[in-house]
Design a protein around this ligand. Structure first.
Ligand SMILES: Nc1ncnc2c1ncn2[C@@H]1O[C@H](COP(=O)(O)OP(=O)(O)O)[C@@H](O)[C@H]1O
Ligand SMILES: Cc1ncsc1CCOP(=O)(O)O
Ligand SMILES: [Mg+2]
Length: 266
């Protein structure tokens, strides 16, 4: 299976079942664990520093999510992130609420300073705050940005050296040189807490099975967006959507991804 073949990466995750270590928030932790399982990977949530340091070294990827941060949790993220860097484990950062409060912004930049981040997955406001191009974050939601989304995503990638997945009605994936827009998804995804966190979990699940983090992040965004589209077409509201979202991803086949994928270079 070609690891540059975005339509085949979901099956590669299922075949290789990578261990995806999360240090994350208590709001969406269970959904992140289960979306990881639905993609075929194996989640572990471990934040006690000694546990996190050892777990990060043997993981396929490490996902850091500051949604319900504390000083101890940020310290654990840095310990685990440094260990992941030593052992070549890709680190995905979801800077939840960066820009909404001083401590979230400061903690994001502290992690970026101490840990080599492979992929940053955030909404438009969060990514724009990191890029310094101007954005508003209200709580954990994007409240709008100044200028073009692509410019903000590219600036974030240039500043941090990370591949960036900027989520929204249209997702943008960029490494600063190559950029894609992804039109897959459904408005109901914006009405369910955790879909951004779950997108980061899927970036983590796909990262170990591809040689190129831009391709793995693109595949994660497209695959998740298609699951959202199909689930959104048959749901009655956010909670029936949530059930359909998990079950659709769990059952998803290559030919469905090939049929529904809607992305282009930009
Ligand atoms: N209006 C929308 N239409 C299609 N997809 C959406 C929409 N809003 C959010 N999404 C999808 O939902 C997920 C979460 O995106 P977003 O709401 O930007 O993140 P967060 O929840 O972190 O703020 C992403 O996969 C994104 O593509
Ligand atoms: C509501 C909330 N508060 C702290 S973390 C969290 C969940 C955020 O999830 P997402 O970023 O996927 O919307
Ligand atoms: Mg989010």
């Amino acid at each position: 299976m070609d690891s540059q073949d975005i339509f085949g990466l979901l099956d590669k995750v299922r075949a290789e079942k990578p261990l995806i270590h999360h240090i994350t928030n208590y709001v969406t932790v269970n959904d992140c664990a289960n979306i990881t399982i639905c993609a075929g990977a194996s989640p572990v949530m471990a934040h006690y520093p000694d546990d996190a340091e050892e777990m990060a070294a043997i993981a396929g990827a490490l996902v850091l999510n500051i949604g319900t941060l504390s000083p101890e949790l940020v310290d654990a993220m840095i310990i685990a992130g440094k260990r992941a860097n030593e052992t070549g484990v890709p680190v995905i950062l979801d800077p939840v609420g960066a820009g909404a409060t001083k401590i979230r912004t400061e903690s994001t930049f502290k992690i970026l300073k101490e840990v080599r981040i492979s992929v940053i997955k955030g909404n438009a406001g969060e990514i724009s705050v990191i890029a310094g191009t101007g954005g508003v974050v209200r709580g954990v939601d994007s409240g709008g940005i100044s200028g073009e989304p692509l410019k903000a995503a590219e600036a974030c990638s240039d500043l941090t050296g990370a591949t960036v997945l900027m989520t929204g009605p249209t997702d943008i994936v960029t490494d600063g040189r190559r950029s894609y827009s992804v039109s897959n998804g459904h408005p109901m995804m914006g009405s369910l807490s955790g879909t951004g966190c779950m997108a980061a979990s899927l970036c983590g699940s796909f990262a170990p099975v591809a040689d190129d983090l831009l391709i793995s992040s693109l595949a994660a965004a497209v695959t998740f967006g298609i699951a959202g589209e199909i689930a959104g077409s048959s749901c009655r509201g956010p909670y029936s959507f949530r059930t359909e979202l998990f079950d659709t991803l769990f059952r998803m086949k290559r030919e469905t991804i090939e049929r529904y994928a809607d992305f282009r270079t930009i």
